[in-house]
Design a protein around this ligand. Structure first.
Ligand code: ADP
Ligand code: MG
Length: 694
């Protein structure tokens, strides 16, 4: 049998497989033999303990090694179902096994064969029975034993692929691809005592024991994280080779503006501002993420950064995810930035085109003024970089409520300047991201944290409300509405689901509208509405045109509803803590006492403990860390997976390995001697980690 030299070949060249199987494999991302090797088990079943028949216990899952005495296949008298019946035994006793509708069993297993069977035990008439157990012939070589009598890998599969098929293909690949080039530098392998790649692959799929499995998995995780970190570092080095605007802000104007603010900047705000101003004065583009909890005061930082560019006669585009948020920023800009600059500021969205000194503009006028550089701070939605707007000298792009600039956004920006200079990039997010996570997700960005909240911020009183107090809560809501205050009701779903007990917006809306508050105006908002409809509803709610808004998670971004003081969250167990924290950031935006009431149908201790954390902490970072610990990283970002990537084997919570990978990546990329040219190529290749930068 000829051996294969390279793993980058179609699976059909390894073993001829049916089209159907090939399609199912593609569905789980397996096209080549390399993909197959990188399709790691989801878990392992420990079938390594072989028992004697005499040692079996009632109702356990056990593996035994037996010799077949008799095996016959027949159709059941009534239903005509194919049944295979086997009597086999070891030197202690006999057993009986039956398989139903599995016509191959009788063709594979023959009398006198030695086989392993694993399954649940059952005693009938003093004979041990196994009902459709898994089975495998005893192999000469231990490595060939892949379905039983060992730690057996279980894979994530889809379609009609069976565990047996995938195990067979992987074990064939491991055998026939004699040597997969090890991309890790030898120094690292030696120093960390990691196994070679070939051994690690063998052990991750078919572990000899728990210990070697652990070291294989550590090595493969490390490899993934290490390359990710190398990629980040190289991307950053690359990025810093590009030319950008060298901005020299007018210090007097900035100082004056800061002094005129109705409040004093917090220490974290000041540090962030200093970082940004330093970046703007470098000759390569800034790529910075400002992370700060809801209400930590990111807007003023954005405005001051914008003012810094304007004061040196450059342009800035400030983008928000929705039109309402854009107009909210426009209002803030006019408040923060001195009047004498107002004619240089404009709001430019689909529905509103207006300059800071109050002139309504046509699309043509505003485009012309941007092109001529008369307007210097342009506030709008993402269309500011997607559309064909031409700038005179766009020196900075700020993006609010997003973690990073996506690839296409960066591409869009590149062509905005005739000079081919890359604008400085500043993104802002209210998602508190635990440090280890941001190392993995945002290793290529510089990060400023605004942890400190402005003084005097009120804490939103949060309660986990038992079902029997629901009525009281509604009474409480009614009292607050009578005082002119407003209420959010958040539900996990839009439509009724088949998942019993999970509340949907439509259902909840119906209930509140007909049973609980038939006399009050209630509206609903969710992701299936058109964006104009959503914007209209939010705008009306902001103006207090109705008291109750039932919503899905669409309301999580920063719209200010100053009059909203209560938030009811249904099915709170369905949301991550960070997400819940983001939700409740929508209320408590004025000096009225505000309340967040959590309802849950999940009575488990873990869930209660998790939700209790919401009632005790108002620190987004702390909650995010806790979430990461309790439920993993998916929760931090809730439904919007922005910036999340798919890791094949490492987890975002592998804190120690992430740190280690980061240290090695620094060492290796700074002292290129560790990496051969070929290995460097591998780093630059997409490797096995998909980065979702959109
Ligand atoms: P976010 O970080 O959620 O975007 P905002 O920028 O909207 O928060 O700020 C929330 C509110 O806090 C605004 O009304 C803003 O004027 C106010 N604010 C910002 N910084 C401070 C500060 N240092 N002291 C007091 N209030 C502040
Ligand atoms: Mg904001």
């Amino acid at each position: 049998m000829s051996k294969i030299k390279n793993a980058d070949i179609e699976i059909n060249q390894l073993h001829s497989i049916a089209d159907k199987l090939s399609r199912d494999l593609k569905k789980i991302g397996v096209n080549t033999v390399a993909d197959l090797l990188w399709c790691f088990p989801r878990r392992y079943e420990d079938l390594s303990q072989i028992k004697k028949v005499s040692e079996l216990q009632e109702n356990e899952v056990a593996t035994i090694c037996v010799k077949v005495k008799n095996i016959k296949t027949y159709r059941s008298f009534r239903s005509k179902m194919i049944i295979t019946e086997m009597i086999a035994g070891d030197d202690t006793d006999d057993i009986k096994a039956m398989w139903f509708r599995q016509k191959f069993v009788g063709q594979i297993i023959k009398p006198s064969d030695e086989i392993y069977i694993s399954g649940k035990t059952q005693k009938k008439n003093s004979l041990w029975h196994f009902n459709s157990p898994s089975y495998e012939k005893v192999k000469q070589l231990k490595d060939d034993q892949i379905h039983s009598a060992r730690l057996v890998p279980i894979y994530h599969l889809s379609g009609k692929i069976t565990q047996k098929q995938i195990r067979f293909l992987i074990s064939k690949a491991l055998k026939d691809v004699p040597y997969v080039e090890d991309p890790l530098p030898v120094n690292i392998l030696n120093k960390e005592k990691y196994p070679w790649l070939n051994d690690a692959l063998q052990e991750i799929h078919f572990p000899s024991n728990q210990k070697s499995l652990k070291s294989a998995s550590q090595r493969l995780k490390f490899q993934e994280l290490f390359y990710l970190q190398c990629k980040y570092r190289l991307a950053k080095q690359d990025y810093q080779k590009q030319a950008s605007y060298n901005i020299r802000p007018d210090k007097n104007i900035l100082n004056q503006t800061v002094n005129n603010l109705p409040f004093k900047l917090t220490m974290d705000q000041q540090i962030t501002l200093v970082d940004i101003l330093a970046d703007l004065q470098k000759s390569y583009p800034m790529n910075r993420l400002v992370e700060g909890d809801v209400g930590s005061g990111k807007t003023v930082i954005a405005m001051l950064a914008a003012l810094a560019t304007i004061s040196d006669n450059f342009q800035t585009a400030l983008m928000a995810p929705t039109e309402i948020l854009a107009s909210q920023h426009f209002i803030s800009a006019k408040k923060i930035i001195d009047k004498k600059f107002h004619h240089q500021i404009a709001l430019f969205t689909r529905t509103q085109m207006i300059s800071g000194d109050g002139n309504k503009l046509t699309k043509k006028q505003i485009s012309e003024q941007i092109k001529q550089g008369e307007i210097k701070l342009i506030i709008g939605t993402h269309s500011l970089i997607q559309e064909k707007i031409k700038y005179q000298n766009l020196a900075m792009a700020i993006i609010d409520e997003q973690h990073r600039f996506g690839v296409s956004q960066r591409q869009g920006l590149k062509n905005k300047n005739a000079t081919k200079k890359v604008p400085h990039l500043l993104s802002m997010t209210a998602t508190p991201i635990p440090r280890t996570l941001s190392l993995t997700l945002y290793g290529d960005l510089d990060i400023s944290l605004i942890k400190e909240k402005p003084a005097g911020r009120q804490v939103i009183k949060t309660f986990l409300v038992p079902e029997k107090k629901r009525k009281d809560s509604y009474k409480f809501v009614r009292e607050k509405i009578a005082l002119g205050q407003q209420v959010f009701v958040i539900c996990p779903l839009i439509d009724e689901s088949d998942k019993l007990g999970v509340k949907s917006v439509k259902q909840e809306y119906e209930k509140l509208n007909t049973e609980v508050f038939p006399d009050l105006e209630i509206r609903q908002i969710h992701g299936k509405l058109k964006s104009e409809e959503k914007e209209k509803i939010m705008a009306d709610f902001k103006e207090n045109k109705f008291p109750i808004l039932v919503a899905t998670s669409v309301i999580e971004v920063g719209v200010d509803i100053p009059n909203a003081t209560i938030m009811l969250i249904e099915g709170a167990e369905r949301f991550g803590l960070s997400q819940l924290h983001q939700f409740r950031g929508r209320i408590g935006r004025n000096d009225l006492e505000s309340f967040c009431l959590l309802f849950t149908s999940d009575e488990s201790q873990l869930n209660k403990q998790r939700l209790q954390a919401m009632t005790k902490s108002s620190d987004g970072f702390e909650l995010a860390e806790l979430d990461l610990e309790l439920r993993g990283s998916g929760e931090i970002f809730g439904t919007k997976q922005t910036g999340l990537m798919k890791l094949k084997i490492a987890k975002l919570s592998d804190t120690k390995l992430i740190k280690k990978a980061q240290d090695w990546a620094k060492e290796v990329t700074e002292n290129k001697k560790y990496l051969s040219q070929k290995q460097l190529q591998v780093v630059l290749m997409e490797l096995k980690t998909e980065m979702h930068l959109e």
